[in-house]
Design a protein. Structure first.
Length: 246
């Protein structure tokens, strides 16, 4: 691609890491597609992200879609193709936690986390990969977690999804490489976002060698790098955790 803008789809981009990643990709010249969960509060947040990007001179569009619903995802991807004609970068970022010890974990807490953090990655990546295969290029970045590599008491549901996302990333990296598509996973440690705001962040910071929680910008920096055209890195899991796990 020369003059044309690259199109980046970021799921769950109305807040936290997704929001900052969308802004950073837009600063790099991508048109950022801000996917958000279809409720009024997220819509308002997503519209603000679009305004913020436009104020910086970039381009963005907000699209509502519950990424746990395969049919809704297909519609979202078709809408992007009708309007923009291509997808160059996919950031599978939407995620939730429903923490609890295994013996007390309800079926609902298990299933919601599996649907949101894992099934969504499959539902979104499948149609986008078909498009990227035709383009013979594309960058896929999946948001995993260090819990997916090392486990974490109280997060059997969450850690299972993130471990699966890592397996998924390595597999699609192998399947799609011959078509010029790269797929990598980012494994954040503790990042200051709405997801972690209820935690005792001062106590957590003491355990981190770099003595602070990460910021969404710390994650977005890496996603930006992994979204570059002609990247010679694929199938990797890269930790961004201030040295928490070495
Ligand atoms: P966040 O601010 O809660 O962002 C998650 C976003 O995903 C929210 O905007 C959320 O919308 C959206 N979302 C949830 N379910 C969705 C659905 N079905 N369809 C569309 N969007 C949906 O948390 P975050 O910390 O930025 O998390 C982003 C990613 O990083 C997640 O995958 C998370 O697992 C991962 N991560 C975070 C940390 C951390 O310490 N923060 C560490 C490791 C990994 P709502 O606002 O409606 O929930």
């Amino acid at each position: 691609m020369s003059e044309e803008k690259r199109i980046a789809l970021i799921t769950g981009a109305s807040s936290g890491i997704g929001r900052v990643t969308a802004i950073e990709l837009a600063k790099e010249g991508c048109t950022a597609i801000i996917n958000y969960y279809p409720v009024p509060a997220c819509e308002a947040d997503a519209i603000n992200v679009v305004k913020e990007i436009e104020a910086l001179g970039g381009t963005a569009k907000a699209i509502a879609c519950d990424v746990t619903k395969s049919e809704e995802v297909e519609k979202m991807v078709s809408q992007i193709m009708e309007e923009f004609g291509r997808i160059d970068v996919l950031v599978n970022n939407a995620g939730i936690t429903r923490d609890g010890l295994l013996v007390r974990m309800s079926d609902d807490d298990w299933e919601r986390v599996i649907n949101t953090n894992l099934n969504s990655v499959f539902y979104v990546t499948r149609p986008v990969a078909k498009i990227m295969m035709k383009q013979r290029s594309g960058n896929i970045v999946n948001m995993a977690s260090i819990t997916g590599v090392y486990g974490n008491a109280g997060q059997a549901n969450y850690a299972s999804t993130k471990a699966a996302v890592i397996g998924f990333t390595k597999t699609i990296a192998k399947e799609l490489a011959s078509r010029g598509i790269v797929a990598n996973a980012v494994a954040p440690g503790f990042i200051a976002t709405p997801m972690t705001e209820k935690l005792d962040t001062e106590k957590i910071a003491e355990r981190i060698p770099l003595k602070r929680l990460g910021t969404p910008e710390d994650i977005a920096d890496l996603v930006k790098f992994l979204s570059k055209p002609n990247l010679y890195i694929t199938g990797q899991v890269i930790g961004v955790d201030g040295g928490l796990v070495i």
